[in-house]
Design a binder for this molecule. Sequence first.
Ligand SMILES: [Zn+2]
Ligand SMILES: [Zn+2]
Length: 384
Amino acid sequence: MAPNSMSEAGTSSGTCNTVKTNKTETDAVPKLGEGEVEWTWTWRDIKPLNTTVLIYLHIAGIQAFFNMPHCWQTYLFQFIILLGSGFGVTAGSHRYFTHKSYRANSALRYFLIFLQTLSAQEDIIKWVRDHRVHHKFTDTNADPHNSSRGFFFSHMGWLFIRKHPDVTTFGKKVDMSDLENDKFLLFHKKIYMPASWVVAFIGPICICYYGWGEDFMCAYYLNMLRYILGLHVNWSINSFAHIVGNRPYDKNNSSRDSPLFGFLAFGEGWHNFHHAFPWDYKTGERGDYFTNFSCIFIDFFAWLGWATDLKIVPDAVIKARVLRTGDGSHPYSIEARKKNPNFQEELKNNNEGERDLDHFWGWGDGDMAKEDLAGVDIKHKHYE
Ligand SMILES: [Zn+2]
Ligand SMILES: [Zn+2]
């Protein structure tokens, strides 16, 4: 699809549900496969503070194995924080704030902001910007954790060095107005650093120490281990989920579907589906609870009435996309190949592969295809 062909799109209202157009968003988008990936970096590109902190966090996390806590409450408490902070990133910053795949009432919104603070994985505006840029410019120099630069770079190496200039240049073209005009999110950005220190580190350690008498250093080190584990779970989506698995929906970018990472990463491992349909609240075709914990979280709040307008890609749209751009591993492709081994070639000859290079960050991106917008299924509809 040509960039900005969705200029007429505009449907619903609401903070996280408005579809707008953005004429400048994809001007001069670097195309997939074009331009060389720049591997070169010098020691001067290294961010000393980030590097020191990340190395220290890993040392402190390993130290936890030599200072294991004495109280069972400490393990249970840290496990709950791990789950809560995971949901803050996956159901909150990812599926809600970045992709607008559902709507949330004020109470849920504040709760998600709290959980993201608990995760201590950046303030929401910064997190969302990085992720929208990743979706918009996947596998190019403008992708902050471009997996073409190797496993380590996409996993955590990108945090050690300065960003490629294209990340900043093209990042400025991505629409962030929905979040940057939100006063509370701006306030959250301002207080994020001290707030995350209190909520993610000082608070939990003190609760273990004063609450049930855990040894202070044991509580400290386990807290660090829990934090590092949470980071690696989320980093694995940028690395493993772009390297390991199939590409049933779109073989034109590096994202992959993997049931294992679906389970390990709170349901975010169905990454090829997610890159093809970033506005689907399940971030996967099936959304079964065992390999998609974040669906349990969102469905629970939908049941409470706090989450509404859960967007789902209809089966017919999925099938059309699988046949057009999939790698042939999806059951729809296998079935189609049995009937006609040349079906993909024939689609290409009919110019139906023209949307192979679609790139958009989710519900509200002006580059979203008209047929995808029109065909969406909405679960738990929001009524004004
Ligand atoms: Zn995403
Ligand atoms: Zn990705």
